[in-house]
Design a protein around this ligand. Structure first.
Ligand SMILES: [Zn+2]
Length: 142
């Protein structure tokens, strides 16, 4: 049975859904996502939990043209691997860009966007996606 969204569940998950929290090791300086209680590089438990500014660079991407009916409104779906400026990688949906304009190395920023609407209750769930950084991606064509 599927886990259904509910306001209390979304409230409990708000730090995961609406902020990018990562871990930074005090011993070796390694930054990683998702956060864990010990460093994935040196195993130290001397870890700081930090909040990312949400700015990064698109490293790799893939475009999904065949998606389930649930994601039909978002097709084609662009999934990217983003290197955040704090030094860790994460996957996310890339929005607000035409697939033909995609390329490795563009600057992106995390934005809060609607993920889904529960048809029976009308509950709207939001989450983080990435879009090109406006003003860096655009307007440098001279
Ligand atoms: Zn470490």
């Amino acid at each position: 049975m599927a886990i259904r969204d509910s306001p209390p569940r979304i409230w409990r998950l708000r730090d995961v859904l609406y902020r990018i929290k990562y871990a930074k090791c005090r011993s070796c300086g390694y930054a990683f996502y998702p956060p864990r209680i010990s460093c994935i590089k040196c195993s130290s438990k001397d870890i700081d939990i930090m909040v990312s500014r949400g700015l990064g660079t698109l490293i790799e991407y893939t475009i999904l043209y065949q998606v389930s009916s649930r994601f039909q409104d978002n097709a084609p779906l662009i999934i990217g691997l983003v290197r955040l400026d704090e030094g860790f990688n994460m996957y996310g949906q890339i929005v607000d860009i035409d697939p033909k304009d995609l390329r490795r190395g563009i600057r992106v920023e995390a934005v809060l966007r609607r993920l889904r609407i529960d048809g029976s209750s009308g509950l709207i769930t939001y989450g983080l996606k990435f879009r090109p950084v406006i003003g860096v991606h655009l307007g440098r064509g001279s």
